[in-house]
Design a binder for this molecule. Structure first.
Ligand code: SAM
Length: 368
């Protein structure tokens, strides 16, 4: 079993607590960290030093984005997937999944509803479904872009070759989310059976950046067998790669996978990683993952209070939402898009932040 930090403990030794705080201050100032520093913080973080870390992460986020939280409309357009990630509920091998895919018209109807609700970014996410070949997806991207030229399109559709990514980009796709999942090769191989490979995942991320996308990396916290060393590797990779976006969420068990009965991560473990990511990627757009709301009723608000600054409410048709079950007890599966929109806005305001419905590009990105 992997062992990661224990955020729940109270500080027991003043010198250790002081050293953790000192490292956090140094990482805040330099926006850099050594592996030793990260391992020390992860190994000795306590309830009180974690609160200090969250405060510093919030300060860092405010330097680039003030107290704004960007909203994206999430369209889960297919739950067919050819991959077999060991943690994921919609993996190809899960025979219990009731598979669906949206038609072009249904996707456009989601965009229309999203646009009317004020969203100016559409995030199209799906399993790796070969039904959507390059020509089909290019056509869908072009149609969305022609209909809503003031909106950004984000695609999250897994690993493709560089030519395909280029075609998506040329069609008008602005951003691409592809969580690296873990920056440790051995853990990657534990999470993903062949033919998936760590090398290809990383090559995809480099290709996306070279093409000119705003690129999102990201990882799960508390995935089976993960250690603090793996988490430190994630942070060092992100510091080096500097993604424009970074999705960080807790691993949540799904019992119809090879990882049945594994431990689900906690909200505080995930907050520590969101906060450290914020210190090392000061300008990144960091979503408060929906999975945070599964492990804690106010998990997304807690993520915002630890350096996150994006939320992605669903506009997926209610008829299929529950079928996009990546993990168990997913939230927002029964709600109307308009309900999700006002629910999350209320939560953001109560948490003390301001909703921003513009495209919300990375602060250094020049829109093409
Ligand atoms: N197929 C695309 C890809 O590979 O990037 C996008 C869809 S994939 C289902 C979206 C993300 O869901 C993954 O990057 C993974 O981190 C997350 N995910 C899947 N199963 C999960 C689980 N059991 N707990 C938490 N997150 C999970």
């Amino acid at each position: 079993m992997g062992i990661i930090m224990n955020v729940e403990k109270m500080p027991i030794d003043e010198a250790i607590e002081a050293k953790v705080i000192n490292h956090i201050e140094e990482i805040f100032e330099s926006e850099d960290a050594s592996k030793e520093q990260l391992l020390y913080v992860l190994g000795n973080i306590s309830k009180t030093s974690a609160l200090h870390l969250y405060k510093k992460a919030r300060m860092k986020s405010a330097l680039s984005y003030d107290n704004r939280v960007y909203m994206r409309a999430l369209i889960e357009f297919t739950n067919f997937c050819k991959q077999n990630c060991n943690y994921c509920g919609i993996r190809a091998g899960n025979q219990k999944v009731d598979r669906y895919r949206l038609t072009k018209e249904e996707i456009l109807a989601c965009c229309k509803e999203g646009y009317e609700l004020g969203y100016r970014t559409f995030v199209m996410q799906g399993g790796e479904d070969n039904h959507f070949n390059d020509d089909m997806l290019v056509d869908i991207i072009k149609t969305i872009k022609d209909t809503y030229p003031d909106c950004a399109i984000t695609l999250s559709f897994g690993e493709k070759d560089k030519e395909t990514f280029q075609r998506y980009y040329d069609a008008g796709c602005d951003r691409y989310l592809l969580r690296h999942e873990t920056a440790s090769k051995a853990l990657y191989e534990h999470l993903h059976p062949k033919p998936m490979s760590y090398g290809n995942r990383m090559a995809c991320l480099s290709n996306l950046k070279e093409i000119g996308f705003q690129v999102g990396a990201g990882y799960m916290v508390g995935s089976p067998m993960q250690t603090n060393e793996d988490l430190a590797n994630d942070l060092l990779f992100l510091k080096e790669f500097q993604p424009h976006m970074c999705g960080i969420g807790p691993y949540v068990c799904h019992n119809d996978t090879p990882f049945a009965n594994q431990r689900t991560a906690t909200v505080e473990e995930t907050r520590v990683m969101v906060a450290l990511t914020r210190l090392l990627c000061p300008k990144a757009l960091l979503p408060a993952a929906t999975a945070m709301g599964t492990v804690d009723p106010v998990g997304r608000e807690k993520a915002l209070k630890s350096g996150a600054n994006v939320v992605m409410p669903k506009v997926t048709p209610r008829t299929v939402r529950a079928k996009y079950e990546l993990y168990e007890d997913m939230i927002c599966v029964d709600d109307e898009a308009s309900h999700c929109r006002s629910c999350i806005e209320g939560r953001i305001n109560i948490a003390g932040y301001q909703v921003d419905l513009q495209r919300g590009d990375h602060v250094d990105y020049e829109v093409k």
